[in-house]
Design a protein around this ligand. Structure first.
Ligand code: GLA
Length: 346
């Protein structure tokens, strides 16, 4: 396992430098990441006929700056939605910028995805760090965050998150990679197979805000507990699917915070499998319903439903649901979790 600094990748529109790094292992797997948004730009993963890039992205910084959909980026301070952008903490109500219907999404107007992070290499670890100021994007407390990327010799790419705060705040960090295991953004994902090890989803209203209940997946298109062709459920008449335009739901993995397999995706034509492991309570399965075909890497269109996201996270809108896992981080406590995307040829 080695980490290479590639130097300058480009500049932001206001002239700040963006650098790129490549993690490699002895099998030939490669992951390229940027210090802008901790973006995962390339993952060359094994398949039955060799390695191919399995994530959507852009060729330059401008693509990411104006790009839709948070491709490959770290999301924070609070990933996913907070209903009406409001929550109450220790008796005080906070208001966040509204940027998704009537709700707050993915950390605000300029979330962690659009920040340049400090970087350092320590052995097999590439460590990004960022300090979010008190009240940045409306969130209370200064938050110190590190995200550490590692690539193992068994083709596991891991993301380790740590954060501490000087005042009580809310935190929900994730990564927004769009995977297409065929190795080409030109292919849709209907023919890929998925398993998600969850008995419940958090049922939502039509704006994707949880109602508060856990909806059993039994007998619905959300029962993905055995490998299922994505196309079989993506247009199901279920109200939850109709409202979201496909899958865009938080699957409940459990409260135990134990590292376990959350999901598996297989592209049987390319002979490629990805397993997702995490100790987070939930995973948002999103079938890129809102992509609109902007030009991505190599001029390929990033089309609607031509990729999928498995965003490991706490439940959406947890600050407003006392029965959900706590999203609150208090001074002296450490927010800490790990997700690993593991690839194999099948
Ligand atoms: C998440 C959300 C989606 C969408 C994307 C970004 O996955 O759940 O509804 O907002 O991010 O486009």
């Amino acid at each position: 396992m080695a980490i290479r600094e590639n130097g300058l990748f480009g500049k932001t529109s206001d002239g700040r430098e963006v650098h790129s790094f490549t993690l490699t292992n002895k099998n030939g797997m490669e992951v390229e990441v940027l210090d802008y948004g901790c973006i995962i730009r390339v993952i060359k993963a094994p398949g039955k006929t060799g390695f191919a890039d399995v994530v959507l992205g852009y060729d330059d910084v401008a693509g990411y700056e104006k790009g839709e959909g948070y491709l490959g980026a770290a999301i924070g301070r609070y990933g996913n939605r907070i209903g009406k952008g409001r929550f109450t903490l220790d008796g005080k109500t906070y208001s966040l910028p509204i940027n998704n219907g009537e709700n707050a999404l993915h950390g605000g107007i300029e979330g962690f995805n659009a920040k340049i992070w400090a970087s350092r290499i320590e052995g097999d670890a590439l460590i990004f760090s960022y300090t979010s100021a008190d009240m940045e994007e409306g969130y209370p407390g200064k938050l110190d965050v590190t995200i550490t990327y590692r690539l193992s010799e068994d083709n596991g790419f891991s993301l380790e998150y740590r954060a501490t705060a000087d005042k009580t705040t809310v935190v929900n960090l994730t990564n927004h990679s769009y995977f297409n295991l065929s190795g080409s953004a030109a292919n849709g994902i209907d023919d890929e197979f998925i398993r998600i090890n969850a008995d419940y989803i958090t049922e939502t209203d039509k704006g994707s805000i949880p109602l508060g209940n856990l909806m059993p997946v039994d007998g619905t298109c959300f029962d993905l507990r055995t490998l299922t062709r994505i196309g079989d459920g993506i247009d199901d008449p279920h109200q939850q699917i109709a409202w979201a335009g496909g899958y865009d739901h938080n699957f409940v993995l459990g409260w135990d915070r134990v590292m376990k397999e959350a999901a598996v995706v297989e592209d049987r034509t390319a002979g490629r499998r990805m397993q997702v492991f995490t100790d987070q309570p939930g995973v948002q399965f999103y079938t890129a319903n809102f992509l609109t075909g902007a030009k991505g890497k190599g001029g390929a269109a990033n089309d609607r439903r031509h990729a999928l996201c498995l965003e490991t996270q706490n439940f959406p809108d947890a600050p407003n649901h006392a029965n959900f896992p706590s999203p609150f981080l208090r001074p002296g406590d450490v927010y800490h979790y790990t997700t690993c995307y593991k690839f194999s040829a099948i």
